[in-house]
Design a protein around this ligand. Structure first.
Ligand code: SAM
Length: 477
Protein backbone atom coordinates (compact mmCIF):
# COMPACT_ATOMS: atom_id res chain seq x y z
CA UNK A 1 0.00 0.00 0.00
CA UNK A 2 1.03 3.57 0.33
CA UNK A 3 1.09 6.12 3.09
CA UNK A 4 -0.17 9.62 3.54
CA UNK A 5 2.67 11.83 4.61
CA UNK A 6 3.47 15.28 5.72
CA UNK A 7 0.21 16.11 7.26
CA UNK A 8 -1.68 16.79 10.39
CA UNK A 9 -4.61 15.57 8.35
CA UNK A 10 -3.26 12.05 8.60
CA UNK A 11 -3.59 12.27 12.33
CA UNK A 12 -7.01 13.80 11.94
CA UNK A 13 -8.15 10.94 9.75
CA UNK A 14 -6.72 8.32 12.04
CA UNK A 15 -8.12 10.00 15.17
CA UNK A 16 -11.49 9.97 13.54
CA UNK A 17 -11.09 6.42 12.38
CA UNK A 18 -11.83 7.23 8.77
CA UNK A 19 -12.31 4.11 6.81
CA UNK A 20 -12.77 4.35 3.12
CA UNK A 21 -12.77 1.78 0.42
CA UNK A 22 -12.42 -0.98 2.96
CA UNK A 23 -9.18 0.17 4.47
CA UNK A 24 -8.33 2.69 7.11
CA UNK A 25 -6.46 5.78 6.17
CA UNK A 26 -3.88 5.86 8.91
CA UNK A 27 -1.47 8.42 10.23
CA UNK A 28 2.08 7.99 9.14
CA UNK A 29 5.20 8.81 11.02
CA UNK A 30 7.31 10.38 8.34
CA UNK A 31 10.14 10.81 10.80
CA UNK A 32 9.90 14.55 10.36
CA UNK A 33 11.12 14.15 6.80
CA UNK A 34 8.51 15.95 4.80
CA UNK A 35 10.81 16.69 1.88
CA UNK A 36 9.80 13.60 -0.02
CA UNK A 37 6.61 15.32 -1.13
CA UNK A 38 7.07 18.66 -2.84
CA UNK A 39 3.48 19.74 -3.00
CA UNK A 40 1.82 19.63 0.41
CA UNK A 41 0.45 16.23 1.26
CA UNK A 42 0.89 13.29 -1.05
CA UNK A 43 1.13 9.54 -1.34
CA UNK A 44 4.38 7.71 -0.84
CA UNK A 45 5.18 4.11 -1.69
CA UNK A 46 5.92 1.86 1.26
CA UNK A 47 7.31 -0.87 -0.99
CA UNK A 48 8.73 -1.27 -4.48
CA UNK A 49 6.42 -1.54 -7.46
CA UNK A 50 7.02 -2.72 -11.01
CA UNK A 51 5.20 -1.22 -14.02
CA UNK A 52 1.76 -2.79 -14.23
CA UNK A 53 1.46 -3.46 -10.48
CA UNK A 54 -1.80 -2.27 -8.97
CA UNK A 55 -1.19 0.30 -6.23
CA UNK A 56 -4.78 0.76 -5.14
CA UNK A 57 -8.38 0.74 -6.28
CA UNK A 58 -10.48 3.73 -5.36
CA UNK A 59 -14.26 4.07 -5.28
CA UNK A 60 -15.71 7.49 -6.08
CA UNK A 61 -17.50 9.44 -3.40
CA UNK A 62 -19.23 11.55 -6.01
CA UNK A 63 -19.68 11.11 -9.75
CA UNK A 64 -21.38 13.85 -11.67
CA UNK A 65 -22.02 15.04 -15.21
CA UNK A 66 -20.04 17.99 -16.43
CA UNK A 67 -22.03 21.20 -16.39
CA UNK A 68 -23.53 22.75 -19.49
CA UNK A 69 -22.14 25.85 -21.11
CA UNK A 70 -20.84 26.94 -24.49
CA UNK A 71 -17.83 24.58 -24.38
CA UNK A 72 -19.40 21.79 -22.35
CA UNK A 73 -20.57 18.43 -23.56
CA UNK A 74 -24.30 17.96 -24.23
CA UNK A 75 -26.32 17.10 -21.13
CA UNK A 76 -26.63 13.46 -20.13
CA UNK A 77 -29.09 11.67 -17.90
CA UNK A 78 -27.58 12.32 -14.44
CA UNK A 79 -28.51 8.81 -13.32
CA UNK A 80 -27.38 6.46 -16.11
CA UNK A 81 -25.28 9.05 -18.01
CA UNK A 82 -26.63 8.28 -21.46
CA UNK A 83 -26.99 11.15 -23.91
CA UNK A 84 -30.67 10.64 -24.51
CA UNK A 85 -31.77 12.87 -27.37
CA UNK A 86 -34.98 13.60 -25.55
CA UNK A 87 -34.27 14.05 -21.88
CA UNK A 88 -37.46 14.77 -20.00
CA UNK A 89 -38.11 16.43 -16.67
CA UNK A 90 -38.05 13.91 -13.81
CA UNK A 91 -41.67 12.77 -13.16
CA UNK A 92 -40.83 13.14 -9.45
CA UNK A 93 -40.92 16.90 -10.08
CA UNK A 94 -37.35 17.88 -9.18
CA UNK A 95 -36.74 19.68 -12.47
CA UNK A 96 -33.65 17.61 -13.25
CA UNK A 97 -33.53 15.75 -16.54
CA UNK A 98 -33.79 11.96 -16.70
CA UNK A 99 -33.97 9.59 -19.64
CA UNK A 100 -36.98 7.65 -18.36
CA UNK A 101 -38.97 6.20 -15.48
CA UNK A 102 -36.37 3.67 -14.28
CA UNK A 103 -33.80 6.44 -13.81
CA UNK A 104 -36.37 8.70 -12.13
CA UNK A 105 -37.07 5.89 -9.63
CA UNK A 106 -33.44 4.85 -9.24
CA UNK A 107 -32.25 4.88 -5.59
CA UNK A 108 -29.19 6.87 -6.70
CA UNK A 109 -31.49 9.72 -7.69
CA UNK A 110 -33.90 9.69 -4.75
CA UNK A 111 -31.96 11.87 -2.27
CA UNK A 112 -31.16 14.61 -4.76
CA UNK A 113 -34.68 14.46 -6.20
CA UNK A 114 -36.18 14.88 -2.72
CA UNK A 115 -33.82 17.73 -1.83
CA UNK A 116 -34.42 19.76 -5.00
CA UNK A 117 -38.17 19.22 -4.74
CA UNK A 118 -38.08 20.52 -1.18
CA UNK A 119 -36.40 23.67 -2.46
CA UNK A 120 -39.16 24.46 -4.98
CA UNK A 121 -37.58 24.06 -8.40
CA UNK A 122 -38.50 26.85 -10.84
CA UNK A 123 -39.54 24.58 -13.68
CA UNK A 124 -42.89 23.81 -15.24
CA UNK A 125 -44.44 20.36 -14.75
CA UNK A 126 -42.61 17.68 -16.69
CA UNK A 127 -39.83 20.08 -17.67
CA UNK A 128 -36.21 20.31 -16.65
CA UNK A 129 -33.88 23.24 -16.45
CA UNK A 130 -30.26 23.63 -17.52
CA UNK A 131 -29.66 25.73 -14.40
CA UNK A 132 -30.68 22.92 -12.07
CA UNK A 133 -28.63 20.49 -14.13
CA UNK A 134 -25.65 22.81 -13.68
CA UNK A 135 -26.21 22.74 -9.93
CA UNK A 136 -26.46 18.96 -9.69
CA UNK A 137 -22.94 18.41 -8.45
CA UNK A 138 -23.58 20.76 -5.52
CA UNK A 139 -26.76 18.89 -4.56
CA UNK A 140 -25.12 15.52 -5.00
CA UNK A 141 -22.16 16.55 -2.87
CA UNK A 142 -24.52 17.79 -0.15
CA UNK A 143 -26.37 14.48 -0.03
CA UNK A 144 -23.09 12.56 0.24
CA UNK A 145 -21.06 14.79 2.53
CA UNK A 146 -23.60 16.30 4.94
CA UNK A 147 -23.66 14.55 8.31
CA UNK A 148 -22.64 11.17 6.89
CA UNK A 149 -19.54 9.10 7.55
CA UNK A 150 -17.72 11.05 4.84
CA UNK A 151 -18.41 14.53 6.22
CA UNK A 152 -14.82 14.68 7.46
CA UNK A 153 -13.62 14.85 3.85
CA UNK A 154 -15.02 18.38 3.76
CA UNK A 155 -12.25 19.40 6.14
CA UNK A 156 -9.63 17.04 4.84
CA UNK A 157 -9.50 17.45 1.08
CA UNK A 158 -7.84 20.40 -0.58
CA UNK A 159 -10.12 23.12 -1.91
CA UNK A 160 -9.70 25.42 -4.87
CA UNK A 161 -8.64 28.70 -3.42
CA UNK A 162 -11.07 31.37 -4.56
CA UNK A 163 -13.47 33.89 -3.04
CA UNK A 164 -15.52 34.01 -6.22
CA UNK A 165 -19.09 32.70 -6.02
CA UNK A 166 -19.24 29.05 -7.04
CA UNK A 167 -20.95 28.63 -10.41
CA UNK A 168 -22.79 25.40 -9.58
CA UNK A 169 -24.20 26.79 -6.31
CA UNK A 170 -25.20 30.07 -7.96
CA UNK A 171 -26.98 28.16 -10.73
CA UNK A 172 -28.88 26.14 -8.17
CA UNK A 173 -29.86 29.23 -6.17
CA UNK A 174 -31.18 30.97 -9.29
CA UNK A 175 -33.38 28.01 -10.12
CA UNK A 176 -35.13 27.29 -6.82
CA UNK A 177 -37.76 29.27 -4.97
CA UNK A 178 -36.52 28.58 -1.42
CA UNK A 179 -33.41 30.04 0.15
CA UNK A 180 -30.63 27.56 0.87
CA UNK A 181 -29.82 27.21 4.56
CA UNK A 182 -26.50 28.75 5.51
CA UNK A 183 -25.13 25.33 6.40
CA UNK A 184 -26.21 23.68 3.15
CA UNK A 185 -24.79 26.54 1.09
CA UNK A 186 -21.49 26.32 2.98
CA UNK A 187 -21.25 22.57 2.42
CA UNK A 188 -22.10 22.85 -1.27
CA UNK A 189 -19.61 25.66 -1.78
CA UNK A 190 -16.81 23.78 -0.02
CA UNK A 191 -17.68 20.56 -1.86
CA UNK A 192 -17.58 22.25 -5.26
CA UNK A 193 -14.20 23.78 -4.43
CA UNK A 194 -13.03 20.32 -3.41
CA UNK A 195 -14.28 18.91 -6.71
CA UNK A 196 -12.39 21.64 -8.57
CA UNK A 197 -9.13 20.86 -6.79
CA UNK A 198 -9.34 17.08 -6.83
CA UNK A 199 -11.72 15.58 -9.32
CA UNK A 200 -10.66 13.23 -12.10
CA UNK A 201 -12.18 12.99 -15.50
CA UNK A 202 -13.91 9.64 -15.71
CA UNK A 203 -14.77 8.59 -19.20
CA UNK A 204 -17.38 5.99 -19.82
CA UNK A 205 -19.22 4.47 -22.75
CA UNK A 206 -22.95 4.76 -23.07
CA UNK A 207 -24.74 3.58 -26.19
CA UNK A 208 -21.47 3.68 -28.08
CA UNK A 209 -20.77 7.28 -27.11
CA UNK A 210 -17.97 8.52 -24.93
CA UNK A 211 -19.28 10.36 -21.92
CA UNK A 212 -16.98 12.56 -19.90
CA UNK A 213 -17.92 12.83 -16.22
CA UNK A 214 -16.13 14.04 -13.13
CA UNK A 215 -15.45 11.91 -10.09
CA UNK A 216 -14.14 12.59 -6.62
CA UNK A 217 -11.79 9.81 -5.49
CA UNK A 218 -10.75 10.28 -1.87
CA UNK A 219 -7.52 8.31 -1.94
CA UNK A 220 -6.42 9.33 -5.42
CA UNK A 221 -7.12 12.94 -4.42
CA UNK A 222 -3.89 12.87 -2.47
CA UNK A 223 -1.78 12.09 -5.52
CA UNK A 224 0.25 15.06 -6.62
CA UNK A 225 1.01 15.88 -10.22
CA UNK A 226 4.07 15.24 -12.34
CA UNK A 227 4.46 15.67 -16.11
CA UNK A 228 6.30 12.33 -16.00
CA UNK A 229 3.95 10.54 -13.61
CA UNK A 230 4.80 7.12 -12.28
CA UNK A 231 1.20 5.85 -12.35
CA UNK A 232 -1.62 5.48 -14.80
CA UNK A 233 -5.24 4.80 -14.04
CA UNK A 234 -8.35 3.44 -15.62
CA UNK A 235 -12.01 3.13 -14.73
CA UNK A 236 -14.31 0.15 -14.86
CA UNK A 237 -18.02 0.24 -15.68
CA UNK A 238 -18.88 1.20 -12.10
CA UNK A 239 -16.40 4.09 -12.10
CA UNK A 240 -13.96 2.28 -9.82
CA UNK A 241 -10.51 3.68 -10.44
CA UNK A 242 -7.55 1.33 -10.59
CA UNK A 243 -4.19 3.02 -10.14
CA UNK A 244 -1.23 1.08 -11.54
CA UNK A 245 2.48 1.79 -11.70
CA UNK A 246 3.55 3.03 -15.14
CA UNK A 247 7.20 3.24 -14.13
CA UNK A 248 9.18 1.39 -11.47
CA UNK A 249 8.42 2.97 -8.08
CA UNK A 250 10.77 2.51 -5.19
CA UNK A 251 9.89 2.39 -1.52
CA UNK A 252 9.82 5.94 -0.18
CA UNK A 253 9.24 7.51 -3.58
CA UNK A 254 6.28 9.80 -4.15
CA UNK A 255 3.39 8.35 -6.14
CA UNK A 256 2.31 10.79 -8.85
CA UNK A 257 -0.33 11.17 -11.51
CA UNK A 258 -0.92 13.72 -14.23
CA UNK A 259 -3.57 16.43 -14.08
CA UNK A 260 -2.97 17.44 -17.68
CA UNK A 261 -2.20 15.99 -21.10
CA UNK A 262 1.03 14.07 -21.38
CA UNK A 263 1.86 15.08 -24.93
CA UNK A 264 1.12 18.76 -24.63
CA UNK A 265 4.21 20.98 -24.75
CA UNK A 266 5.40 22.63 -21.55
CA UNK A 267 3.91 26.10 -22.11
CA UNK A 268 0.46 24.61 -22.67
CA UNK A 269 0.69 22.16 -19.75
CA UNK A 270 1.89 24.94 -17.46
CA UNK A 271 -0.95 27.20 -18.49
CA UNK A 272 -3.49 24.41 -18.03
CA UNK A 273 -2.18 23.51 -14.56
CA UNK A 274 -2.09 27.13 -13.47
CA UNK A 275 -5.61 27.92 -14.58
CA UNK A 276 -7.24 24.64 -13.55
CA UNK A 277 -5.24 23.64 -10.46
CA UNK A 278 -3.56 26.87 -9.44
CA UNK A 279 0.09 25.82 -9.31
CA UNK A 280 3.26 26.01 -11.34
CA UNK A 281 4.71 22.58 -12.01
CA UNK A 282 8.46 22.47 -11.52
CA UNK A 283 9.02 18.84 -12.47
CA UNK A 284 12.16 17.77 -14.31
CA UNK A 285 10.38 17.79 -17.67
CA UNK A 286 9.02 21.30 -17.16
CA UNK A 287 12.52 22.53 -16.31
CA UNK A 288 14.01 21.12 -19.52
CA UNK A 289 13.46 23.50 -22.49
CA UNK A 290 13.99 20.60 -24.91
CA UNK A 291 11.70 18.20 -23.01
CA UNK A 292 14.18 15.33 -22.97
CA UNK A 293 15.24 15.92 -26.57
CA UNK A 294 11.72 15.65 -27.97
CA UNK A 295 11.59 19.34 -28.85
CA UNK A 296 7.86 19.15 -28.26
CA UNK A 297 7.63 22.85 -27.41
CA UNK A 298 10.01 24.05 -30.11
CA UNK A 299 9.12 26.35 -32.98
CA UNK A 300 11.15 26.72 -36.17
CA UNK A 301 13.39 29.78 -36.18
CA UNK A 302 11.76 32.78 -37.79
CA UNK A 303 14.99 33.94 -39.47
CA UNK A 304 15.02 33.02 -43.14
CA UNK A 305 17.32 30.12 -44.02
CA UNK A 306 18.07 29.37 -40.38
CA UNK A 307 17.45 25.70 -39.61
CA UNK A 308 17.47 26.21 -35.86
CA UNK A 309 14.63 25.85 -33.37
CA UNK A 310 13.44 28.35 -30.81
CA UNK A 311 13.22 27.20 -27.19
CA UNK A 312 12.21 29.00 -24.01
CA UNK A 313 15.22 30.21 -22.06
CA UNK A 314 13.35 29.56 -18.81
CA UNK A 315 10.34 27.30 -19.44
CA UNK A 316 9.01 27.90 -15.91
CA UNK A 317 8.65 31.62 -16.57
CA UNK A 318 5.85 32.42 -18.98
CA UNK A 319 7.38 35.84 -19.67
CA UNK A 320 10.76 34.37 -20.54
CA UNK A 321 12.45 35.13 -23.84
CA UNK A 322 12.78 32.28 -26.31
CA UNK A 323 15.98 31.81 -28.28
CA UNK A 324 17.11 30.06 -31.45
CA UNK A 325 19.55 27.26 -30.76
CA UNK A 326 21.52 28.08 -33.93
CA UNK A 327 21.43 31.80 -34.67
CA UNK A 328 20.65 32.93 -31.09
CA UNK A 329 17.78 35.12 -32.27
CA UNK A 330 15.67 36.20 -29.28
CA UNK A 331 11.88 36.13 -29.47
CA UNK A 332 9.53 37.61 -26.86
CA UNK A 333 6.86 35.59 -25.06
CA UNK A 334 4.22 37.81 -26.70
CA UNK A 335 5.37 36.75 -30.16
CA UNK A 336 5.53 33.11 -29.07
CA UNK A 337 1.99 33.31 -27.71
CA UNK A 338 0.81 34.66 -31.02
CA UNK A 339 2.65 31.89 -32.98
CA UNK A 340 1.10 29.26 -30.73
CA UNK A 341 -2.35 30.78 -31.21
CA UNK A 342 -1.97 30.87 -34.98
CA UNK A 343 -0.82 27.26 -35.10
CA UNK A 344 -3.70 26.23 -32.86
CA UNK A 345 -6.34 27.83 -35.04
CA UNK A 346 -4.69 26.49 -38.19
CA UNK A 347 -4.65 22.95 -36.80
CA UNK A 348 -8.21 23.27 -35.53
CA UNK A 349 -9.35 24.36 -38.98
CA UNK A 350 -8.26 21.04 -40.52
CA UNK A 351 -11.35 18.86 -40.64
CA UNK A 352 -10.64 16.30 -43.29
CA UNK A 353 -7.22 14.90 -42.71
CA UNK A 354 -5.04 14.59 -45.77
CA UNK A 355 -1.34 13.96 -45.10
CA UNK A 356 -0.28 15.79 -48.27
CA UNK A 357 -2.28 18.89 -47.37
CA UNK A 358 -0.92 18.81 -43.85
CA UNK A 359 2.64 18.70 -45.16
CA UNK A 360 1.92 21.63 -47.49
CA UNK A 361 0.47 23.65 -44.62
CA UNK A 362 3.39 22.88 -42.33
CA UNK A 363 5.87 23.91 -45.03
CA UNK A 364 3.96 27.04 -45.95
CA UNK A 365 3.70 28.21 -42.37
CA UNK A 366 7.14 26.96 -41.30
CA UNK A 367 5.69 24.68 -38.60
CA UNK A 368 7.35 21.57 -37.19
CA UNK A 369 5.65 18.21 -37.75
CA UNK A 370 6.19 17.27 -34.11
CA UNK A 371 5.50 20.76 -32.79
CA UNK A 372 2.75 22.22 -30.61
CA UNK A 373 -0.80 21.38 -31.76
CA UNK A 374 0.46 19.38 -34.75
CA UNK A 375 1.01 16.34 -32.53
CA UNK A 376 -2.53 16.80 -31.17
CA UNK A 377 -3.91 16.89 -34.68
CA UNK A 378 -2.06 13.72 -35.62
CA UNK A 379 -3.33 12.05 -32.47
CA UNK A 380 -6.86 13.15 -33.31
CA UNK A 381 -6.42 11.59 -36.76
CA UNK A 382 -5.29 8.33 -35.12
CA UNK A 383 -8.33 8.31 -32.82
CA UNK A 384 -10.96 9.44 -35.29
CA UNK A 385 -10.09 7.80 -38.58
CA UNK A 386 -11.64 4.49 -39.52
CA UNK A 387 -8.94 2.26 -40.96
CA UNK A 388 -11.15 0.64 -43.58
CA UNK A 389 -12.10 4.07 -44.96
CA UNK A 390 -8.55 5.35 -45.37
CA UNK A 391 -6.73 5.42 -48.67
CA UNK A 392 -3.28 3.88 -48.72
CA UNK A 393 -1.47 7.18 -48.22
CA UNK A 394 -3.60 7.97 -45.17
CA UNK A 395 -3.22 4.47 -43.76
CA UNK A 396 0.56 4.61 -44.05
CA UNK A 397 0.59 8.08 -42.55
CA UNK A 398 -1.49 6.81 -39.67
CA UNK A 399 0.99 3.99 -39.14
CA UNK A 400 3.89 6.46 -39.23
CA UNK A 401 2.10 8.74 -36.77
CA UNK A 402 1.50 5.84 -34.35
CA UNK A 403 5.16 4.83 -34.55
CA UNK A 404 6.38 8.40 -34.05
CA UNK A 405 4.05 8.97 -31.12
CA UNK A 406 5.18 5.76 -29.45
CA UNK A 407 8.73 7.01 -29.90
CA UNK A 408 7.75 10.35 -28.36
CA UNK A 409 6.24 8.58 -25.35
CA UNK A 410 9.43 6.58 -25.01
CA UNK A 411 11.66 9.67 -25.18
CA UNK A 412 9.51 11.44 -22.62
CA UNK A 413 10.10 8.50 -20.28
CA UNK A 414 6.39 7.94 -19.71
CA UNK A 415 6.71 4.18 -19.29
CA UNK A 416 3.63 1.97 -19.44
CA UNK A 417 1.18 4.86 -19.65
CA UNK A 418 -2.35 4.45 -20.91
CA UNK A 419 -1.60 6.42 -24.06
CA UNK A 420 1.06 3.85 -24.93
CA UNK A 421 -1.53 1.09 -24.54
CA UNK A 422 -4.10 2.89 -26.67
CA UNK A 423 -1.69 3.78 -29.49
CA UNK A 424 -0.20 0.27 -29.49
CA UNK A 425 -3.69 -1.15 -29.88
CA UNK A 426 -4.47 1.24 -32.72
CA UNK A 427 -1.18 0.51 -34.48
CA UNK A 428 -1.91 -3.22 -34.34
CA UNK A 429 -5.23 -2.54 -36.08
CA UNK A 430 -3.54 -0.41 -38.75
CA UNK A 431 -1.06 -3.21 -39.48
CA UNK A 432 -3.94 -5.69 -39.66
CA UNK A 433 -5.62 -3.47 -42.22
CA UNK A 434 -2.39 -3.24 -44.21
CA UNK A 435 -2.10 -7.02 -44.13
CA UNK A 436 -5.64 -7.45 -45.41
CA UNK A 437 -5.19 -5.14 -48.40
CA UNK A 438 -2.38 -6.91 -50.28
CA UNK A 439 -0.99 -10.34 -50.99
CA UNK A 440 2.18 -10.29 -48.95
CA UNK A 441 4.85 -12.95 -49.19
CA UNK A 442 5.09 -15.33 -46.26
CA UNK A 443 8.19 -13.75 -44.75
CA UNK A 444 6.67 -10.25 -44.68
CA UNK A 445 3.39 -11.62 -43.43
CA UNK A 446 5.17 -13.28 -40.51
CA UNK A 447 6.89 -10.03 -39.62
CA UNK A 448 3.56 -8.19 -39.62
CA UNK A 449 1.85 -10.90 -37.61
CA UNK A 450 4.60 -10.83 -35.01
CA UNK A 451 4.30 -7.06 -34.78
CA UNK A 452 0.57 -7.40 -34.25
CA UNK A 453 1.05 -10.00 -31.50
CA UNK A 454 3.62 -7.88 -29.67
CA UNK A 455 1.53 -4.73 -29.89
CA UNK A 456 -1.56 -6.56 -28.66
CA UNK A 457 0.38 -8.02 -25.73
CA UNK A 458 1.66 -4.57 -24.81
CA UNK A 459 -1.74 -2.93 -25.02
CA UNK A 460 -3.51 -5.74 -23.17
CA UNK A 461 -1.02 -5.54 -20.31
CA UNK A 462 -1.72 -1.83 -19.95
CA UNK A 463 -5.42 -1.66 -20.71
CA UNK A 464 -6.50 -4.78 -18.86
CA UNK A 465 -9.58 -3.95 -16.74
CA UNK A 466 -10.14 -0.71 -18.61
CA UNK A 467 -13.77 -0.17 -19.49
CA UNK A 468 -12.87 2.31 -22.15
CA UNK A 469 -10.37 1.01 -24.64
CA UNK A 470 -12.21 2.56 -27.51
CA UNK A 471 -10.38 5.75 -28.10
CA UNK A 472 -11.43 9.22 -27.07
CA UNK A 473 -10.45 12.30 -28.98
CA UNK A 474 -9.50 14.10 -25.81
CA UNK A 475 -7.96 11.12 -24.17
CA UNK A 476 -4.30 11.96 -24.09
CA UNK A 477 -3.13 10.31 -20.95
C1 SAM B 1 -5.47 16.76 -5.89
S1 SAM B 1 -4.62 17.80 -4.81
C2 SAM B 1 -3.24 16.82 -4.38
C3 SAM B 1 -3.07 16.67 -2.90
C4 SAM B 1 -2.62 17.94 -2.24
N1 SAM B 1 -1.19 18.06 -2.28
C5 SAM B 1 -3.09 17.96 -0.79
O1 SAM B 1 -2.31 18.33 0.07
O2 SAM B 1 -4.25 17.68 -0.57
C6 SAM B 1 -4.07 18.97 -5.97
C7 SAM B 1 -3.30 20.13 -5.41
O3 SAM B 1 -2.03 19.71 -4.90
C8 SAM B 1 -1.02 20.67 -5.24
N2 SAM B 1 -0.10 20.04 -6.18
C9 SAM B 1 -0.23 18.86 -6.77
N3 SAM B 1 0.82 18.55 -7.53
C10 SAM B 1 1.66 19.60 -7.43
C11 SAM B 1 2.94 19.89 -7.99
N4 SAM B 1 3.55 19.06 -8.82
N5 SAM B 1 3.51 21.07 -7.66
C12 SAM B 1 2.90 21.94 -6.82
N6 SAM B 1 1.69 21.72 -6.27
C13 SAM B 1 1.07 20.56 -6.57
C14 SAM B 1 -1.73 21.84 -5.89
O4 SAM B 1 -2.05 22.75 -4.90
C15 SAM B 1 -2.97 21.19 -6.46
O5 SAM B 1 -4.02 22.10 -6.63
Amino acid sequence: MMDFVNSSVDAYLADNGVSYNGWTIAAVDDGGDATVVAAGRGLVATKDYEPGDVLFVDTPLIVSPRVTGPASPPPVCPVCYTTATALAGCPGGCGLPVCGGPCARHPGHSDECRYVRSMGPKTGAGRWSAGLYNGIVAVRALTVLKDGPYACFLDVLQKKSTDMPVFEVEELKKNINMKLTEDDERIMTVACKIMDANCFETITYRRDKLISLKGLYPVASFMNHSCVPNTMHNFDGTFKMTVKASLPIHKGQEITTTYTHLIWPTAIRQNHLLTSKQFVCTCIRCCDPKEFGTQLSALNCIIQNCDGCIFPINPLDKTSFWQCSLCAKLVTHVEIKSFYKNIESLMNSINVFCPKTLRTILDAFNIRKDGPYVVDLRLKFIWKSKNTSLNLEQLLYKEKSCVELLDLIHKLGLGQCRLLGLISLELSKVIEEKVSRFNWNTKTLNIFNNQIILLRQKSTAILDGDDNTKISVDDNN
